[in-house]
Ligand binder design. Sequence first.
Ligand code: HEM
Length: 307
Amino acid sequence: MSNHQDILSKLDNKYKKISQNLDTHLDGLLHSKPITYWDYINTDALLSLQTQRTDQPDEMVFLMYHQINELLFKMMLWELDQLATEQNITATFFKERLSRVSRYFDMLSSSFTVMQHGMDLKQYMKFRNTLTPASGYQSAQYRKIEFASTEIINLVDNRFRHKKSKNITIKDAFNDLYWQVAGKDFETGQKNFMLSSFEERYKEELLRFGKEYSTKNLWSIFKGLPSEIQEDKGLIEAMRHYDYTVNITWVIAHFNAAKHYLTNGGEITEATGGSDWTKYMHPKYQRRIFFPELWSEQERKDWGTNV
Ligand code: HEM
């Protein structure tokens, strides 16, 4: 059978299975338009999503860079989902997918200078006021990446982590997750608008997602691999690299950008979301580590202190 006939017979089979007539579909092809780049990428729709709130040109840098981040977060979640749903995870598959996820976060860490140096300070100080009380803190995809990377216990506020059961559920841990502190009044415990509006919009979704990933996050998958693979030096290094790029390199790049814009002449400016950001945003304060078992006691103790 020629290649041409082979394809026709496969198509015939395909359409018969859904009670469709191949000839009708072939006839349709006679009139269909060829695909173009702009239709496939949805360029017009994509480029229509950049709506500034002010007349400050650099607001566009801020807005678009956040959108780029959300797109990359989506790419990471796409990969993490494939890892989580794969029935037979081999070491090669795990390593390959882990390095994809890591590569995306490396891009985010190394490009953060777009924020730190890519906007005019005076313009930033003007447009930021129109963004209050919104904050990148309200990125649900960022939280999902964390849930898909580690066990819930490792995302509990560092001050209470040791008091909780290692198997704590997302539901029981939710109010003590490390990021809750940025959205609460220290003395009264009252949630600010940044946190309460975030929860209203995303809490249910995050609880569902966190529960789903409690058994198939990166760490649980790693622990389920045969022990000789878990001891593979290359794999351990790749896991540590991912942990470091997300929880130190990116966090410090983010902190430095905030410091650049929010410490005007030594005076500390309040964050749009209202957190006690000078402390909260530093990795040594949050001390979040996805894979603590892969770091020595000293490394965990020094987490975020030498950057
Ligand atoms: C000039 C640029 C930026 C500044 C000054 C800044 C500032 C801040 C501040 C002060 C917070 C603490 C919460 C608050 O009170 O608002 C925060 C949280 C956060 N921001 Fe940004 N940010 C910037 C860019 C970005 C970008 C590009 C992203 C990417 C999506 C991002 C994502 C986040 C996330 C995920 C959090 C929560 C982090 C955590 O809980 O530890 N930020 N940001």
